[in-house]
Design a protein. Sequence first.
Length: 127
Amino acid sequence: MRTSLACEAIDMAVRNCPPVRGTTIFHSDRGSQYTSEKFAEHLGAHGIRLSVGRTGVCWDNAWAESFNATLKNERVHRMVYPTRDKAMNDIASWIELVYNHTRLHSSLGYRTPNEVEQELLDHKKAA
């Protein structure tokens, strides 16, 4: 994995869901791409705080590992992508239209991520 690829992913995330400067946190493992000065500066330019898990603590990224396994099992391994762009567009569509919008999660009380996010936003407005 290249630091530039991680930076491109952050740029795409920022376009799709603008971060809250100083509040949004990017949590990662201790991969060299995430602990590089270039990546830290890139996050800082977007106002994103960096959080790096402790060495040997497997629970830090359990949710990300679970998501990646689901993505691979339910979508990527069932597809043949002729180009990298087709793969990126298909995966982004699957995340937005299936995973976040229709896929029920037992850890969220059998609700979708979008339902839980909307509930949180409604709660913040009411408060």
